[in-house]
Design a protein around this ligand. Structure first.
Ligand code: NAD
Length: 247
């Protein structure tokens, strides 16, 4: 119950889905948690459900000004950080022939540049022994229709887990990636038509060896394992995907 007492965590995109489930797991276990996101209403609702161990900060990962302000706020609220979950992301899925420059730039600004500078700006606050966890995706190791931009961005994060690991190792900080399979968090519904989202989800379940979606909590437990318990693991990617990339 008090497994994370005295620990401090920052979770980008912590107001919903996988990020929220991770914030709940850690806050329930006694950690102090800063969650971020773009929607004030979502953040307020999440903070309410997380209780007194949580602080919700409106911060856009695509804005370096926001990330600088976030680092200042985290320093004021928590002092130092034991777990950084770089989780904020969008899933814009289109056939590559139909991807607009605007959609491509937005995807990379949030999912790739956002993750890169989140780690850069918060790294000075990380304690010795801290764990950074980047959220990648099964899409970075298998070819799934309509995911070309998203998958390429997640492959970039997979690569960052290795190079950040090397640079942060002298400070005793580990960097790993958690790679979720399909989790029905509503992210797809926000970016696709209802019909396209239903078709895409049905295909993912049919393809999956376990024939089901994962739950946000199943990803959260893996992220917490990588952040706190995987003390001899760095630069790795943990697939939490019902076997989708393994069987
Ligand atoms: P979600 O939409 O519930 O969570 C994404 C969060 O990121 C939201 O809280 C959103 O507000 C936040 N966010 C988006 N853009 C932001 C920005 N510019 N600045 C700050 N916050 C921002 O969806 P989720 O499924 O929980 O996704 C979490 C992560 O998991 C994402 O990186 C996603 O790519 C990844 N992922 C999800 C699945 C899945 O099937 N759901 C599979 C593989 C990977």
């Amino acid at each position: 119950m008090n497994e994370y007492n005295g620990k401090n965590a920052v979770i980008t995109g912590g107001g919903s889905g996988i990020g929220f489930a991770t914030a709940k797991l850690l806050a329930d276990g006694g950690a102090r948690v800063v969650i971020t996101g773009r929607s004030r209403a979502t953040l307020d609702a999440a903070r309410e459900r997380l209780g007194g161990n949580a602080v919700a900060v409106r911060s856009d990962v695509a804005s370096l000004t926001d990330l600088d302000a976030l680092a200042d706020r985290v320093k004021g609220e928590l002092g130092t950080v034991d777990a950084l979950f770089v989780n904020a992301g969008i899933a814009t899925l289109t056939p590559f022939g139909a991807t607009t420059e605007e959609a491509y730039d937005e995807l990379f600004a949030i999912n790739v540049k956002g993750a890169y500078f989140t780690v850069q700006k918060l790294a000075p606050l990380l304690n010795t022994g801290a764990g950074v966890v980047l959220t990648t995706s099964v899409a970075n190791v298998v070819g799934i229709s309509d995911t070309s931009g998203y998958a390429a961005g997640k492959a970039a994060l997979r690569s960052m887990a290795r190079s950040f690991s090397r640079e942060l190792l002298p400070r005793g900080i580990r960097v790993n990636a958690v790679s979720p399979g399909p989790v029905d968090t509503g992210a797809l519904d926000a970016t696709m038509t209802e019909e396209a989202a239903e078709r895409f989800k049905a295909e993912r379940v049919a393809d999956n060896p376990m024939r089901r979606f994962g739950t946000p909590d199943e990803i959260a437990r893996a992220a917490a394992f990588l952040a706190f318990d995987a003390t001899y693991t760095t630069g790795a990617e943990l697939a939490v995907d019902g076997g989708a990339t393994q069987l």
